[in-house]
Design a protein around this ligand. Sequence first.
Ligand code: NAP
Length: 520
Amino acid sequence: MTELLPNIVAGRRVLGTGTGTVLRDPVTAAELVRVSREGLDLDSAFAQARDVAGPALRAVSYGQRAALLGEIAKILQANRDAYFEIATANSGTVQADSAIDIDGAIYTLSQYAKWGAALGDARALLDGPRASLAKDGVFASQHVLQPTRGVALFINAFNFPAWGLWEKAAPALLAGVPVIVKPATATAWLTQRMVADVVDARLLPEGALSVICGSSAGLLDRLQPFDVLSFTGSAETAALIRTHEAIARRSVRVNIEADSLNSALLLPGEAAGSETFELLVREVAREMTAKSGQKCTAIRRVLVPEQLYNATAQAIGARLSGITVGNPRNAAVKMGSLVSREQFDHVLAGLEALGAQTERLFDGTRAPLIDADPAVAACLGPVLLGTRDADAAARVHDTEVFGPVSTLVPYRDLDHALALIRRGEGSLVASLYGSDDAALATAALALADTHGRVHAISPAVAKTHTGHGNVMPQSLHGGPGRAGGGEELGGLRALNFYHRRAAVQAAAGVLDRLAAAPWA
Ligand code: NAP
C-alpha cells in the first residue's frame, strides 16, 4: 500500500486510523499516497492551537511575526523542487501552472513579511483617527484592532493547495492567530508537505500551524465564538457552511470564496486586429488554458461588440489550436490535466448543460493527447463556446464549468454589455480592454459594485499588467453575491478578518498610551 500521510497537529505527526483515502495521479491514475484523519483528537488539536499557540504568537510583535513569515518563505523556497514534483504528480499541472500555485504562495508570504515588518513593535493596531466626544476635546474615542483570541480554520479548494494555504495563513499568522487547514482531499499532499516542512523547522509555537487531511466532519462543530472560518470552494458547500450551527448560533466570523462567472469585455469602438483586440484574445486563451481553466478567477464569459463575434472566435480559436494537451512530464505539453477523472466528468456535464444554448466555436476535446491514455487521463482540450443570443442564453450566465471552457457573448452597446456581465450576480474579477482611458475608467467604476477586482487593460500596460486571473496580494480577492461575498488579501486589509475592532473611549492621555501602530 502507498504511504499514509500523517496529519500534523499540536506540532506532532499523527496518523489517522483505517486505510484512508487514496490520492491519485490524474494522468496515469497511479496511486500516490493516502490520507486519513480518523481517530484524530480534534478537541486537543483545537485546544492546543487556541490556548497555547495563539497566546505564544501574540506575545511577540507584528514585526517579529513578520520575520517568521520571511523565514517560512525561505523554507518553502528551499523545498521548491519537491513541491513541483508533488504538483506534477497529484495535480497534473505543467511547470508554469504549478508555479502559479507554488511561486504565488512564496511571493504572497514574502509580501506579507515585508508589509508586516513596517508595523514594527506594536501589538495592536489603531483604526482611523481619534474622534472627540466632549467639548473640551479631552474625552475621545479611538478605534483599535486586536488579534482575535481564537483559531483560524481554513477549508480549501483542490485547485490551489499551496497558494490557497499561504494567502490565508500569511495574514492570519501575522495577526497572531493560529491556523488549522483542511485542504481539499484530492490534492492534500502538497499542503501537507508544506506544513510538515515548516513545522519541522520549529520556527512557530507548537500548534500554530496544523494540517488535517481528509473529511471535514466535526471540524466546524469545534468552532467557538472568537474563532474564524475561511472557506474556499463551491457555492453548494458554501451554502451548507453558512447554515452550520457554529456560524448561525456562535457568530463565528466566516469568509467565503466561492465560484464565479468572470468576464472579459472588449469595449465598444475597438477594431478587430487592433492592439486592444489582440490583448483580449491573448488573455482569454491564456485564462482558458492556465491550470486547465481550474482557476476561480478564470474568464468564463468573453463579451465583444456583436460585429466582432466571428473575428474574435477565429482569433481565439487560432491561439487555442496551438495548445498541446497531455502528460505534464512531456516538455511538448502546454496544458496538463484536470485534477481528477471526477472533475473531467463534471466538465463534460457542464459542456452538456451549456450545449443547448451555445455553439462550439473551437473544440479541442478530440485532439490527440500526448503521452496520456484518453480512457484514463483527466486531460481535456479547450473548448470555446459561443451564443448568438446573449439575453436568452441563461445558462451561460449562471453555470460555471470549472475547466478549459469559455463562452463568447456578443453585445449591442455598453449598457447591454454591463447588464450581461451583471447577470453573473457578483464575480471575483472582470477585465476590460480598451484604448480610451476615460472609457476604461467609466466602465471600471460601473462594474466595481458587483466585482471584487476590475482589471482594466490598455496598450500602455500591455507588457506589464499582471493578468486577469492572477491574484496579487496587493489587491483585494473576493467578490459579492455568487462569488461568496468574501474579502481576502488587498495588502494589510487582510488583517481585518483576524482582528476584533473595539472603540476605546477615554481621556487623551490614556489614548496616547495605547501603544498600537497606526493602520498602514
Ligand atoms: P468543494 O467541493 O466545495 O470543496 C471545497 C472544500 O470543502 C474541500 O476541502 C472539501 O473537502 C470541503 N467540503 C466538502 N463538503 C463539505 C462540507 N459539507 N462541510 C465542510 N467542508 C466541506 O469545492 P472544490 O471542488 O474543491 O473546488 C472547486 C470550486 O471552488 C469551484 O467552484 C471554484 O470556483 C471554487 N474556488 C473558488 C475560489 C475563490 O477564491 N473564490 C478559489 C478556488 C476555487 P473534500 O475535498 O474532502 O471533499
